[in-house]
Design a protein around this ligand. Structure first.
Ligand code: ADP
Ligand code: MG
Length: 265
């Protein structure tokens, strides 16, 4: 496990991307910001897919120094985008082996994302969630030190998203990766990340601990969908959560909930 330091500068069309970040070992960073604020460009610069000036350093390895950039394939980095990026003409297993010919590790990763029984399926035979799990497993084939996730769950339905969040967290912990994930989903950020970085017009405008996001986005309206003796179950932002019962409610009520109380069902 290693620390990361990012200090980059890049001219974009209407503003410049200027980001300085120090990331501790094993941190999970959520990146938030409006559309067009530079989030994807930042991840692409870290991956080496776009040029920039500055420094990107992992441990004592320099991926970027001034304009001298290590090519993407030499950076220990994994990348998952919103759209599934699997090769359509290869099976799931072939997709992983294309990255690295390590059958044992490929099977290990497919087991971690519960896709072992689909290893010979082709992408079009899989659901969106299964494809994203395969893309995630493939992104781990090179044992990356840094995992970049660009809204990887935003096109999935809520139940699938919750399941994938669990897998993302498990892989992040199992491999001790530094993960940077672009997300707009407050509940998702609260569940997965340790720190939130907000970007506006290419600059970091705020940084705070992820558990604070509950305070910043204090009360949310949620619909009660189930009640038992001790708890109520509410639907909120497309997910289903259980929280302690306080006061009297009935199914269909709209209640105000605090993010930090929520437990995913
Ligand atoms: P986000 O992912 O936050 O929506 P992007 O990183 O995709 O934002 O884009 C940020 C801004 O930079 C946009 O205005 C886009 O038009 C511009 N941009 C993206 N790539 C380049 C590039 N290679 N050169 C110049 N401008 C770019
Ligand atoms: Mg983007």
């Amino acid at each position: 496990m290693q620390k990361m330091r990012i200090n980059i500068y890049k001219e974009l069309r209407h503003f410049s991307l200027e980001v300085a970040l120090r990331i501790e070992e094993g941190e999970f960073i959520a990146i938030r910001g409006r559309s067009g604020s530079g989030k994807t460009t930042l991840l692409r610069v870290i991956a080496g897919l776009e040029e920039a000036r500055g420094v990107i350093e992992i441990g004592n390895r320099r991926w970027l120094e001034d304009r001298k950039a290590l090519p993407p394939q030499k950076r220990e980095v994994g990348f998952v985008f919103q759209e599934y990026a699997l090769f359509p003409n290869m099976s799931v297993l072939q997709n992983l082996l294309y990255v690295k010919k390590d059958l044992g590790f490929a099977l290990h990763l497919l087991k971690l994302v519960d896709l072992l029984e689909h290893k010979n399926s082709f992408p079009h035979q899989l659901s969106g969630g299964q494809q994203q799990r395969a893309a995630l497993a493939r992104a781990y084939m090179r044992r990356p030190k840094v995992m970049l996730l660009d809204e990887p769950l935003s096109s999935l339905d809520p139940a699938t998203r919750g399941y994938l969040q669990t897998k993302i967290k498990e892989l992040h912990q199992a491999f001790g990766t530094i993960t940077l994930m672009v997300s707009h989903d407050v509940a998702e950020i609260y569940r997965l990340s340790s720190r939130v970085v907000e970007i506006e017009q290419g600059k970091v405008v705020q940084e705070y601990g992820a558990k604070e996001i509950g305070k910043r986005h204090q009360l949310h309206k949620a619909e009660v969908v189930e009640i038992d003796e001790k708890s109520i179950v509410v639907a909120f932002m497309g997910d289903i959560f259980r929280l302690p019962r306080k006061g009297s409610h009935k199914v269909g009520d709209i209640v105000e909930v605090e993010i930090k109380e929520l437990q995913l069902v």
